[in-house]
Design a protein around this ligand. Structure first.
Ligand SMILES: [Zn+2]
Ligand SMILES: [Zn+2]
Length: 433
């Protein structure tokens, strides 16, 4: 899915409002004025193009067709190239015909609430009664006043065909296609401060990845995956991810849940959960690539960048969300470390079969699986350390990895900051926990 930045999100919101107001079109300068703070009309074009990309991915008409040039009354020149880029067949129609068709599609479409939900906006686009939220998105959560609102909005009449008024409980289990899912409504406290009330106390770790449940009467139920809609203090309920119980750490009176996905789609017949990728597994794929082909040593620039890179588009791989690892960047990082282990340069090595350099393995110090918590790229030389095979396996699978992480953190803290990666040692350690 295309990710929108704040300006693009605001433009999408204004275009949805324009549909509600039944404005036939809106011009570039008007639209530029409606976002806050106002932007240069010249910057509207490519940003509404991104909005249209997202519309297309959500199966909606291209919203940017609503935006016209004030003087000529015609559509911007970036519009038709979008058709080509998205591979929409034009069936020999003229640009004018396509433009009018798109405007009509925008007027008659009754699924704009899908864009509203996806972006976590509160525009009030009409929705069919009981229509489920198209996507549960923890990065752009929609707020719900009561747990019953969550059930009605997200699962509607699909769950057991009952009214949900009676279901105002802490958790609800429902089977779907042979799998039992739990919708859970914990009241969460952050940073160990206990929530008031009796019974179970639920704490979420500062990085939002772990929920710890303690203090109630012991039970071993609800072991399936949980769709967590949490309430923090007096805030409304918001989706905060899919969590799975960590069975190794949990005991009957103390349960740990780890976040396994940020995005889930329960609107279709088959639930679709986009699970996070496994860090070590992704490392292995990059290594395979580097080991199979010759190292592209000619292109190597063995120096740090010193400037932040934008977050790359995540890829969907099977039912997992994966942030791409750039091979050249990894090779640059190894060269920068002079192909020595950064835990201890005297660690033994052997020579790579496919290049005349010591065999070392690139490791992302701040794991790429944490990318969604950062607004700059983690796939950058400053964040990649060179480790010997033993140390690399040790840091992923071994006891005492904490000391290694500490050592590497001290060495890299300044370099990480220089490319906008701000992380404390405690946070970093929690990413490995
Ligand atoms: Zn690694
Ligand atoms: Zn080593």
């Amino acid at each position: 899915m295309t990710t929108l930045n704040d300006i693009q999100k605001q433009l999408a919101e204004q275009l949805l409002l324009s549909i509600l107001k039944k404005e036939p079109t809106v011009n570039y300068s008007e639209l530029a004025e409606r976002v806050s703070p106002p932007i240069n009309p010249r910057n509207v074009g490519h940003n509404i193009g991104q909005v249209s990309l997202l519309c297309h991915e959500l199966g909606l008409p291209l919203l940017s067709a609503k935006v016209i040039n004030k003087n000529t009354g015609s559509i911007g020149e970036g519009f038709f190239p979008l058709y080509k880029m998205m591979g929409i067949p034009t069936e020999g129609k003229s640009e004018k015909e396509l433009f009018h068709e798109e405007l009509k599609a925008i007027r008659t479409c009754d699924e704009w609430y899908k864009l509203e939900d996806y972006l976590g906006l509160h525009v009030g686009m009409p929705r069919p009664s009981g229509a489920p939220a198209s996507l549960l998105n923890a990065q752009r959560p929609i707020a719900y006043a009561k747990s019953v609102d969550v059930l009605n909005a997200c699962f509607g009449e699909r769950i057991l065909g009952k009214k949900y008024g009676a279901w105002q409980r802490g958790a609800l289990e429902f089977p779907r296609d042979g799998v039992v899912y739990t919708v859970w409504f914990p009241k969460l406290s952050v940073d160990g401060e206990a929530a008031s009330g009796s019974g179970w106390v639920n704490r979420i770790s500062p990085n939002g990845m772990t929920i710890e449940e303690t203090g109630g009467s012991p039970y071993t139920g609800y072991t399936g995956e949980r769709l967590v809609f949490a309430k923090k203090g007096n805030e409304p309920y918001k989706f905060c991810g899919v969590f799975a119980q960590d069975k190794k750490r949990s005991i009957p009176s103390r349960h740990f849940y780890e976040k396994v996905a940020d995005i889930a789609d329960f609107s279709g017949d088959v639930p679709a959960i986009q699970y996070f990728s496994d860090e070590a597994d992704q490392d292995r794929q990059l290594l395979d690539l580097m080991n199979d082909d010759a190292v592209s040593s000619k292109e190597i620039t063995p120096h740090h960048r010193g400037i932040a890179l934008p977050v790359p588009e995540p890829l969907q791989s099977g039912n997992r969300i994966v942030y791409p690892r750039n091979r050249q960047t990894a090779e640059n990082a190894l060269a920068f470390a002079h192909y020595r282990c950064e835990i201890d340069p005297t660690h033994p090595f052997f020579i790579r079969r496919n290049a005349d350099v010591p065999y070392m393995e690139p490791h992302h110090l701040v794991p790429l699986s944490m990318q969604r918590q950062f607004d700059v790229s983690l796939d950058i030389e400053e964040n990649i350390v060179s480790l010997c095979s033993t140390c690399h396996n040790h840091i992923h699978y071994g006891k005492g990895a904490k000391e290694m992480i500490k050592t590497l953190y001290e060495q890299r803290r300044k370099a990480l900051e220089s490319v906008g990666i701000r992380v404390t040692l405690d946070e970093l350690l929690s990413f490995y926990a």
